[in-house]
Design a protein around this ligand. Structure first.
Ligand SMILES: [Fe+2]
Ligand SMILES: [Fe+2]
Length: 163
């Protein structure tokens, strides 16, 4: 849950940076990025509330997720629409898999956490699908982003779980 919370913070930072550059590089995507950003703010608050209810502090990786997210968002935002969409597809694929596993693991243990996860999964799926529609099957950005981003997202989750 801590890692989810930090991850949502990372997502907010990615979209904020991308949005900033998208105004210039991909103006037609700004509204969509705002829509995603609104979701991610809600996700972070939702996980934050779950942590507070359990008297848990934020993850030690929280700050780094934000900084890493911002850097990734800035580079891909600057690179333009395909890079932005390819990043979202790559991240959401990992995130969806991770959250799905959490739902399975928590199903019998923590119904409130599962309810939060289910709502969030539906929105991450929407981000994934809308972005998927924007990237060509083959091309430079999807080919670069999917291994790079999946590996780093997996690494962040792995590290966050152990910190
Ligand atoms: Fe999210
Ligand atoms: Fe998302």
């Amino acid at each position: 849950m801590k890692v989810d919370h930090a991850g949502e913070h990372g997502a907010i930072c990615i979209y904020r940076a991308q949005r900033w550059f998208a105004r210039w590089r991909a103006p037609e995507m700004v509204a969509e990025l705002d829509h995603f950003l609104e979701h991610e703010r809600r996700h972070r608050a939702r996980f934050g509330a779950e942590l507070a209810r359990r008297n848990r502090r934020r993850c030690r990786s929280y700050f780094w997720c934000g900084a890493g997210g911002f850097a990734l968002g800035a580079v891909t935002g600057l690179a333009g629409r395909q890079a932005i969409a390819a990043t979202t597809v790559a991240i959401e694929s990992v995130v969806l898999r991770h959250m799905q596993q959490q739902v399975e693991a928590l199903d019998a243990i923590d119904q409130e956490a599962v309810a939060a996860l289910r709502e969030i999964i539906a929105e991450e799926q929407e981000h994934h699908d809308l972005s998927m529609a924007r990237v060509p099957k083959k091309g430079f950005w999807p080919a670069l982003m999917s291994p790079v981003v999946s590996t780093s997202t997996e690494a962040v989750i792995w590290l966050g779980m152990r910190l």
